[in-house]
Design a binder for this molecule. Structure first.
Ligand code: BV8
Length: 248
């Protein structure tokens, strides 16, 4: 099923890293950023709502959007692709998982070393000083108010135009430049600095394995494989062929 050279490359790897995007959670029922949103959110582009400007303009609208997405995430379960990454982590000396997703499904699947580049949707913070807030008075205000300063609360995610949390990009860049193989799973590769991790890994000599339902727009370069299809089908099958019956 999979190219023998790829199998050999994965079996020889001492450090495997993976960069994931919304596509890995698609088979868990979570909409990606590319596909049109549904229901009352159909007329909004995600990148128009996930900005400090949108929150300043209409904080209630943005808060309600995140409440909707939080309800989808709460109802979702990690899928076979999330679980396959947990398995790889048990089979190789070093594994680093870098995700753009804010859904927390990698950790719910059991992944241990997850670098969340763009935050976590379930967490809430004060929009004035960024401090995490666990509880607040439900006095009907939307968004709810920070119990210590009264400022609007917001989800603990990185909005467009905002810096990533301190240290995460450095740790992700270290993993990209030190890995033998980088999986690139379910991402359109348009958002930076996350997308810059792939050329960084290539320049450092890593093999790159892209898993995406969309066919590649260019033929794979040397040491590069494009596996076209759904991640929850392809990744478990690849892991099974590379490491049959190991670590069970
Ligand atoms: C910053 C959290 C500076 C919020 C998100 C360089 C060049 C150009 C632009 C920029 C640049 N540098 C910075 C920018 C600006 C901007 C940017 O990249 N804009 C883009 C749109 C051009 N970047 C920023 O603003 C970043 N911040 O630069 O700050 C700064 C520095 C210091 C001080 C102050 C400021 C912040 C970016 C982070 C924004 N937040 N998310 C939230 O979620 O609500 S980004 C968000 O969108 C996601 O996290 C993710 O990163 C991105 C969506 O992309 P994907 O995950 O790839 O998903 P997508 O839907 O696009 O694609 C899904 C893919 O899966 C598809 O390919 C599909 O074919 C595939 N697929 C579907 N189903 C499956 C599948 N594959 C396999 N199996 C399936 N079943």
């Amino acid at each position: 099923m999979f190219d023998e050279a790829l199998i050999r490359r994965l079996r020889a790897a001492r450090h495997i890293a993976a960069l994931t995007g919304a596509g890995i959670s698609a088979e868990s029922g979570l909409p990606t950023f590319r596909e049109p949103q549904t229901g009352l959110w159909a007329r909004y582009r995600p990148e128009d709502l996930a900005t400090p400007e949108a929150f300043a303009r209409d904080p209630e609208l943005v808060w309600r959007w995140y409440e909707w997405r939080r309800s989808l995430v709460a109802a979702a379960e990690p899928n076979a692709a999330h679980h396959a990454l947990v398995r790889i982590e048990t089979l190789v000396p070093r594994f680093t998982l870098v995700t753009q997703n804010v859904d927390g499904l990698h950790e719910r699947a059991g992944s241990r070393s997850v670098i969340e580049l763009h935050g976590r949707i379930q967490r809430t913070k004060c929009s004035r000083d960024g401090r995490l807030v666990e509880a607040w008075d439900d006095d009907g205000a939307v968004p709810p108010r920070c119990p210590s300063c009264g400022a609007a609360l917001r989800p603990d995610v990185v909005w467009f135009g905002e810096a990533l949390p301190p240290g995460v990009l450095e740790r992700a860049a270290d993993a990209a430049s030190e890995c033998d193989v980088l999986f690139v799973i379910g991402t359109s590769g348009v958002v930076y600095p996350a997308a810059g991790l792939v050329p960084l890994a290539r320049r450092a000599g890593a093999a790159v394995v892209v898993i995406n339902t969309a066919a590649p727009d260019a033929p794979p370069g040397p040491d590069e494989w494009h596996l076209t299809g759904p991640a929850a089908k392809l990744l478990p099958a690849l892991v099974e062929q590379v490491w049959p019956d190991e670590g069970r």
